[in-house]
Design a protein around this ligand. Structure first.
Ligand code: ADP
Length: 242
């Protein structure tokens, strides 16, 4: 009898509802993401994409059930749209990636001899081999995105949530970031990317989840983003005021 542990979904949400006061931001959302799966999360502004991420990360109270497959370090990691620090702040690429370990290792974001191999490994996975000592401020926008992803990978998560990582990114960089997401998913991570770039989702993603307060579509992007699908997906009220 096998224990089924390795077959567990990376992330499952069952009937998740999140309220901000009297606003129902997400209502009865159910979603299962398998290990190794890459999913695009689409929906109009205010549809609840960030709120769904916050619930999965345990940052807001919710009703319903959320289960994250736990790995050796952390189950779930988040890649924000932008770095919280000013790019002029004197910090190296390696130091930023090392902060990904801070929650589990404690202490300052310095690269100890113990952390150096993990930092190097994460940079290599995002295609920034050997860039530990580069000043963060000297990097291009696309490279900074990769550093943020490397920092999240340093947590060794089974689920990676990315908040609009392709917003304001030029087309070539977008393509290379999607290549990276596909590669990371193939390595076993479950990756959920929120985006407004529906053409890109049609071209490059195998699965699209549409949200408009609740999950209104889930599956092949060609079907979810068909005219009928879009009508349903944009047609629902975004949020009910109680
Ligand atoms: P999206 O990420 O899809 O743009 P959000 O999750 O940010 O959507 O927002 C969903 C709904 O919740 C919106 O109606 C928004 O106004 C509301 N909302 C988001 N954050 C808060 C908050 N901190 N307090 C109150 N309402 C919020």
């Amino acid at each position: 009898m096998h224990d089924g542990l390795n077959d567990e979904p990376a992330l499952s949400l069952d009937g998740v509802t999140v309220r901000y006061g009297r606003t129902v931001a997400v209502e009865g959302a159910s979603l299962v993401v398998e290990q190794g799966e890459l999913v695009a999360l689409v929906g109009p502004n205010g549809a609840g994409k960030s709120t769904l991420f916050r619930a999965a990360l345990g940052l807001v109270p919710y009703e319903g059930r959320i289960v994250v497959h736990q790995t050796r370090r952390r189950g779930i990691a988040f890649v924000p749209q932008r770095l919280e620090v000013d790019l002029d702040f004197p910090i190296t690429v390696g130091q930023v990636v090392a902060t990904g370990r801070r929650a589990v290792d404690g202490g300052l974001p310095r690269i100890s001899a113990r952390l150096a191999p993990a930092v190097a490994r994460c940079l290599s996975r995002v295609g920034l081999d050997g860039m530990e000592r580069r000043a963060l401020g000297s990097l291009s926008g696309g490279q900074v995105q990769r550093v943020l992803i490397a920092r999240a990978l340093a947590q060794e998560p089974s689920v990676l949530l990315l908040d609009e990582p392709l917003a304001g990114v030029d087309p070539m960089v977008t393509e290379s970031l999607v290549d990276l997401f596909i590669r990371l998913a193939a390595e076993g991570a479950a990756i959920v990317v929120s985006t407004h770039d529906l053409a890109l989702v049609r071209d490059r993603f195998a699965r699209c989840v549409a949200i408009n307060r609740t999950i209104v579509g889930d599956g092949d992007p060609a079907a979810v983003l068909s005219p009928a699908g879009l009508e349903r997906f944009f047609g629902l009220p975004v949020a009910a005021e109680g």
